[in-house]
Design a protein around this ligand. Structure first.
Ligand code: FAD
Ligand code: NAP
Length: 534
């Protein structure tokens, strides 16, 4: 056996060196355990390493979209903008890796291919592209939006120009100057990048299948007074995240559109449009819940689109007809305005689907000669990174098969038949319907406390019970059915990937979820089985 292939033993193997994996490593080290992160990229950052397209930035204010576990860290770090751009977020994550001396615990350029539970030894045997590991626990911090969706466009392999995908953007700067650029997709990634690419490109062709709602970010340099005021009461400020259904402190209004004078509603929506960004969706408590109220907010945005976009036909194609928020709401800087530029052209794929891609052209309603093709086609969200690994649990259960008809998880943390395996922000947790950094910290703290409790109580193996898992997913769906989320095709329910089981996966409601999580612990990890005997 070669040296590289010798099995390396740890208490815990963590997969992924994004915001989740790094904090998980720190917490386990603080507990005195041996842990390693395996990361397929050549550096830390996860999302913020892979998505380097122009305009990539967070759409939750940086004062909220950041770690809160260390008071000195949150005091010493200064964000330059309200919504920081990808390079600054990546710099922050690197700072965290250095400040907490995490780098020596990370194996870069190694992809986890297989993880198999050994029932005799109650341990995980993990095979990567370079080595083998054995550990008592395995924690998947593999991300909800980390597996690019690359549709099988006819002839794509024949394209000879510059081919880019937003989710695997090269580290070197890309120039569009003087180029004819095509971009496929109009989700958040496209909506952030299109205005900047349009400024450089000779011609920009935007190929849209479904239009999206987008709210202006009103981004700008960090308001230093605001930053000072927040930092003076940071832990108090963070508490607001936990009281809002979507974990965002920006707006948490309990009033209902249905019970408010419509002129007052319009005035408030105008104010929210000007300042709230994503918080627009939570501006009234019934926007996510009631179809009629949702329609009032949706119509408000539809009207904005027709006011901003000069050409009525273009405005019409850009106008969504589904519930606002049904697909993940977008936040932009000058997106709709960009369609008033002479070098920007919108192609409606609903009427004219892409027929073929050739060496330097794309055929839809006509042939477009292009130099650059950008795929902004999203992700195999929430489950893709997990089903992409050959994960084998008790009695040879394969995760991919177990999830064939839809992913199931207890609390988004544990999976029946997969002992001593945890997922950070897994399906069935608020994850993508929340501010993800606090949600990541919540899960990492919970997992670490659980392992500590197991050690203190002499428990060797934990797994979620099948009943607890089934009941949990029923609850996830019952809550979702009370909202506007379920009748729109979106990546929340797997509709963006052909052949993927259609199941709504995020838990809606951060405060309720938090309460339930605490209750499970208070009842000695109710719903989990310890040291199961077959
Ligand atoms: P990731 O950052 O996705 O990290 C997972 C890591 O696991 C990756 O580095 C990946 O390479 C690695 N990995 C996966 N599989 C394997 C394997 N088999 N072997 C080895 N390594 C593996 N959320 C918000 O709340 N607010 C925002 O403003 C926001 N903006 C976003 C912008 C973009 C462009 C995208 C794509 C997502 C955004 N998100 C946002 C969601 C974002 O993914 C999370 O906020 C957060 O960064 C996730 O961190 P993570 O560590 O859980 O996962
Ligand atoms: P996305 O929202 O899934 O958008 C993908 C786009 O590609 C959609 O317009 C989709 O159309 C289109 N598409 C997919 N397959 C296609 C095909 N075969 N033919 C034509 N069009 C196709 O992906 P994303 O923009 O990368 O964003 C994903 C998520 O990441 C966001 O929702 C958000 O949570 C996060 N994100 C956040 C930010 C931010 O602002 N901070 C930025 C980027 C990403 P359909 O809608 O018709 O499927």
């Amino acid at each position: 056996m070669s040296h590289e292939k010798q099995t390396q033993e740890f208490d815990v193997v963590i997969v992924g060196a994004g915001l989740a994996g790094l904090y998980q490593l720190l917490k386990l080290r603080q507990l005195g355990l041996t842990a390693v992160i395996i990361e397929k990229a050549d550096q830390v950052g996860g999302t913020w390493h892979w998505n380097r397209y122009p305009g990539a930035r967070c759409d939750i204010p940086s004062l909220e979209y950041s770690y809160q576990f260390d008071e000195s860290l949150q005091q010493e770090w200064n964000w330059s903008e309200k919504y920081s751009a990808q390079p600054e977020i990546l710099e922050y994550i690197n700072h965290v890796a250095d400040r907490f001396e995490l780098r020596d615990g990370i194996k870069f350029n190694e992809e986890v291919i297989k993880a198999e539970f050994d029932e005799v030894n109650s341990s995980w045997k993990i095979k990567t592209s370079a080595s083998n590991y054995e550990s008592r626990f395995v924690i998947f911090a593999t991300g909800c939006l980390s597996v690019p969706n690359k549709p099988d466009f006819e002839g794509l392999e024949n394209f000879e120009g510059q081919l880019l995908q937003t989710s695997t953007w090269p580290q070197e700067e890309q120039s569009f100057s003087g180029k004819r650029v095509a971009i496929i997709g109009t989700g958040s990634s496209a909506i952030q990048s299109i205005p900047l690419i349009a400024e450089q490109a000779d011609q920009l062709y935007v190929f849209q299948r479904t239009p999206n709602y987008s709210i202006p970010s009103n981004n700008g340099p960090m308001d230093k007074e605001r930053e000072k005021e927040v930092k003076e009461r940071y832990s108090e400020f963070r508490k607001d995240n936990w009281q809002n259904g979507f974990g965002i402190a920006a707006i948490s209004d309990e009033s209902l559109i249905s019970e408010t004078d419509i002129n007052e509603v319009h005035q408030q929506l105008e104010e929210n449009w000007e300042s709230a960004g994503l918080g627009f969706f939570g501006g009234y408590a019934d926007i996510p819940l009631d179809a009629n109220s949702n329609d009032v907010a949706a119509n408000f945005v539809r009207n904005k689109i027709s006011e901003i976009v000069d050409d009525p036909d273009t405005a019409k194609i850009l106008t969504p007809d589904y519930h606002i928020g049904g697909k993940r709401l977008c936040v932009d800087t000058g997106y709709f305005e960009t369609f008033n530029r002479e070098n920007v052209h919108l192609i409606n794929l609903k009427e004219n689907p892409i027929k073929q891609i050739s060496s330097l052209s794309l055929d839809a309603d006509k042939t477009y000669e292009i130099d650059t093709l950008i795929l902004a086609t999203g992700f195999d969200a929430m489950t893709g990174a997990l089903t992409g690994i050959d994960i084998i649990g008790r009695d040879g259960a394969k995760l991919k098969d177990q999830w064939e008809n839809g992913a199931k998880s207890y609390l988004g943390l544990g999976i029946a038949n997969f002992p001593n395996l945890f997922t950070v922000t897994g399906p069935g947790s608020p994850s993508v319907l929340s501010n993800m950094v606090p949600s990541i910290e919540q899960h990492v703290n919970w997992i670490t406390d659980c392992i500590e409790w197991m050690n203190a109580n002499d428990k060797k193996v934990i797994e979620s019970s099948k009943t607890a898992e089934d009941d949990w997913m029923v609850l996830v769906n019952e809550i979702a059915d009370m909202t506007i989320f379920t009748d729109t095709k979106s990546w929340y329910n797997g509709s963006n990937i052909e052949d993927k089981a259609k199941a709504f996966l995020p838990f809606i409601g951060v405060p309720v979820y938090t309460e339930m999580l605490e209750q499970v612990v208070a009842e000695d990890y109710k719903g989990f089985i310890f040291d199961r005997v077959n």
